[in-house]
Design a protein around this ligand. Structure first.
Ligand SMILES: [Zn+2]
Length: 58
């Protein structure tokens, strides 16, 4: 497993190294993408997820 020589955080969207200006993202584009996801999740909450135990277990 090889890792970059940097300990800089990776962009949560595309996994590229984040840059200070857009931390924790690599670009405004990715920051916007994350923001969109956030708003989507906040305002368009889907129906309750299936919390029931799958009959695949137990
Ligand atoms: Zn990115």
């Amino acid at each position: 497993m090889s890792r970059p020589a940097s300990t800089a955080p990776k962009c949560a969207i595309c996994r590229r190294p984040a840059v200070a200006e857009f931390r924790p993202f690599c670009s405004k584009r990715c920051a916007d993408v994350d923001l969109q996801r956030w708003f989507t999740g906040a305002y368009a909450v889907p129906a309750v997820e299936q919390e029931e135990v799958s009959d695949d277990e137990d």
